[in-house]
Design a protein around this ligand. Structure first.
Ligand SMILES: [Zn+2]
Length: 257
């Protein structure tokens, strides 16, 4: 939101228009070097966030609908484009903070950055597997991984980019969650809207991970990556006192710059 932007119901003042014009026309002599620096910094980083779009982002059954609207639009002659949106806190790629299922757990604004950034291992789970239980987990090499991300049927089928909600997504079973927590994993990620089995009698997987202060990244779109070691950064919106928030998640191959 622009500080000092005109009230959307009223006409802009001359002062505001002048300020906006000055902003828009400020000299950009640094453009070329800025672009080069940005390209250098972004080299190798892969976006593994789902796109938030009511037409293509699935919403968990029963959760709040996504509503995106433009209050004003330059296409229709307004002097500014301005929108508002509302959606559940667990929309698209998002972070579950401990508070989601632990009464005294940290809210999303208090999840430590150290957990949200650092080495991560992507584990490929076959399309035929729905339950990632302890046996399935131990079929893969996850020893020593600080952050574990499961790339499952949901990525293979493009489900984070398809508006239909699928109940038969792959989930982390409680016994696998317990192994991960006991091994000192600091973050767990999955590629559909929940890490928990749909219709599970109790949210044991969430309780086990969040009970140990382990944030869960849900709804990642892991189509662009493969099994292996990466660096990751996932930054949820800093919403005070809430249990979760949408996030941008990026990864790059370890050692690749
Ligand atoms: Zn969630």
């Amino acid at each position: 939101m622009l500080r000092g932007a005109p009230d959307i119901r009223g006409r802009p003042s001359l002062t505001t228009l002048t300020a906006l014009a000055l902003l828009a026309c400020s000299p950009r002599a640094q453009d070329a070097s800025d672009t080069m620096a940005a390209q250098e910094m972004s080299a190798g980083w892969i976006d593994v966030s789902a796109t938030l779009d009511p037409a293509r982002t699935p919403v968990y059954e029963g959760d709040a609908p996504m509503k995106f609207e433009f209050l004003r639009h330059m296409r229709t002659g307004d002097f500014v484009t301005l929108s508002a949106y509302s959606m559940g806190a667990h929309s698209g790629t998002h972070v579950d903070a401990p508070m989601h299922f632990v009464a005294t757990g940290a809210s999303v604004d208090r999840v430590e950055l150290e957990r949200l950034m650092g080495p991560a291992r992507v584990i490929d789970i076959a399309d035929s597997v729905q339950a990632i239980d302890a046996d399935e987990l131990n079929r893969h090499d996850w020893a020593g991984a600080k952050r574990v991300l499961f790339r499952t049927r949901s990525s293979l089928r493009g489900w984070m980019d398809s508006v239909k909600f699928h109940r038969d997504f792959a989930y982390i079973a409680p016994d696998a969650a317990q192994l991960l927590a006991d091994a000192g994993v600091v973050l767990v990620g999955v590629d559909y809207i929940s890490a928990e089995q749909f219709g599970a009698p109790a949210p044991r997987t969430h309780q086990i991970l969040l009970g140990r202060g382990i944030p869960i990244v849900e709804g990642m779109d892991l189509r662009p990556v493969q099994a292996g070691d990466y660096e990751m950064i996932v930054l949820p919106l800093k919403v005070a006192g809430h249990e979760g928030a949408p996030a941008r998640a990026i990864m790059r191959k370890s050692g690749g710059r």
